[in-house]
Design a protein around this ligand. Structure first.
Ligand code: ZN
Length: 310
C-alpha cells in the first residue's frame, strides 16, 4: 500500500523533509538537515535519500510504502529540469533523474520551484482552497507562486511566478540581483527595508534602534506613528499593491496570500496594502482579498507533498 509521501524543501542552508500520510496529507514528522556544500549535484540527493531511509526506519515503513517524493527547489524549474540555480551549485541538470539515482526504481519523484510549491501548500492548507491563488513570499528576497485553475504555473522556462522582479516605477532605482533596476524585491525585501530605514533616519526623527534593525521593530514603530517606520511601511504596502494590481488583470486570482518574515507584520500590513490596492485595481479585481499565510516554514514541504499527490 502506498500510504506515505515525503515533501522535501531544498534551501541554500538547510533541507527540510516532511513525512505525510498519503490520504489526508497530515504531517507525521518533519526534520531538517544541513545542505551539503560540496558536489551538490550529487551530494544533496544522497543526503536526502539517507535521511528518508532513517525516517522510514523510525516509522517502520519502507520505500514500497511511499507514493513518492515531492521536491521543492530554490530555482526556476521546468518539467524537472533546471538550467541554473544561483542558490546551489547546479547547472543544466535533470533533478528528477539525479534524485531517482539514490532511490529504488518504483519511487516517483516530482519537482518544482519552492515558492511555487509554497503557494500550493498555503492555498491547499486553507479551509476552502481556491482554484486561483497568488502567493507573495516577503523575506530577505521577494518571491512568489501562482496557482491557476488548480494547477501550479511554471511557464515556458520555469520562471513563472517570479513576482519579486516585477518592475516598480516608483520608490527605487536600486540595482537588483537579476541585473535590472527597480524590482519589487528592491523595495520589499528585508535588505531593501533596512537600507531605506537607515537612509530616512538621517533626515527624519525616529525611535528605531538602527544598530539592531529588525523588520518587526520597523513595523512596530510604524504602528506608533514613527515617521521613518511609517514611510518605509507605506512604501512596502504601495509596491505590493501596485504589483498585485498588475497580476490581478493578467491572472484573475481569487486571493492574494502574503507569506514570509515581513508578513509577520500581520493585519496592519494587510490593511495598508488593501488601502493602496483599491485605486490601482481594475474591473472587479478590487474585491480580491489579501490574507496572511498560515503554514510558516512548512509551506514548501506541504506544497511538495500536495504536488506529488496530484
Ligand atoms: Zn530583479
Amino acid at each position: 500500500m502506498k500510504q506515505y509521501i515525503y515533501g522535501v524543501d531544498i534551501g541554500g542552508t538547510n533541507i527540510k523533509l516532511g513525512l505525510f500520510k498519503e490520504n489526508t496529507l497530515e504531517l507525521i514528522e518533519s526534520r531538517e538537515i544541513k545542505t551539503p556544500t560540496e558536489h551538490q549535484e550529487v551530494s544533496i540527493f544522497e543526503h536526502i535519500a539517507l535521511e528518508i531511509q532513517t525516517m522510514n526506519q523510525h516509522h517502520q515503513i519502507s520505500f514500497d510504502d511511499l507514493l513518492g517524493i515531492g521536491l521543492a527547489v530554490p530555482c526556476p524549474v521546468k518539467n524537472g529540469f533546471v538550467q541554473k540555480c544561483p542558490n546551489l551549485n547546479w547547472q543544466t541538470m535533470d533533478i528528477t533523474k539525479n534524485m531517482s539515482l539514490f532511490l529504488p526504481g518504483n519511487v516517483t519523484v516530482k519537482v518544482s520551484n519552492d515558492a511555487t510549491l509554497a503557494a500550493l501548500g498555503e492555498n491547499n492548507s486553507l479551509e476552502r482552497p481556491f482554484q486561483n491563488a497568488i502567493l507573495f513570499t516577503l523575506g530577505t528576497g521577494v518571491g512568489g507562486g501562482v496557482i491557476i485553475d488548480g494547477q501550479i504555473l511554471e511557464g515556458g522556462t520555469g520562471l513563472g511566478g517570479e513576482i519579486g522582479h516585477i518592475p516598480i516605477p516608483f520608490e527605487t532605482d536600486e540595482l537588483c540581483g537579476c541585473g535590472s533596476k527597480g524590482c519589487l524585491e528592491q523595495v520589499c525585501g528585508t535588505k531593501a527595508i533596512f537600507k531605506k530605514t537607515r537612509l530616512l533616519a538621517q533626515t527624519l526623527p525616529t525611535s528605531i534602534h538602527l544598530d539592531h534593525l529588525t523588520v518587526k521593530a520597523i513595523f512596530d514603530a510604524a504602528k506608533e506613528n514613527d515617521p521613518v517606520g511609517l514611510e518605509v511601511v507605506h512604501g512596502v504596502a504601495k509596491a505590493i499593491a501596485y504589483s498585485a494590481s498588475i497580476l490581478a488583470v493578467v491572472l484573475d486570482p481569487e486571493v492574494f496570500i502574503l507569506g514570509g518574515g515581513v508578513s509577520k507584520a500581520g493585519q496592519f500590513l494587510v490593511d495598508l496594502i488593501e488601502q493602496y490596492y483599491q485605486p490601482y485595481a481594475r474591473f472587479h479585481t478590487g474585491s480580491v482579498p489579501f490574507i496572511l499565510a498560515k503554514t510558516g516554514n512548512n509551506a514548501g514541504i506541504i506544497g511538495a507533498a500536495h504536488y506529488l499527490k496530484k
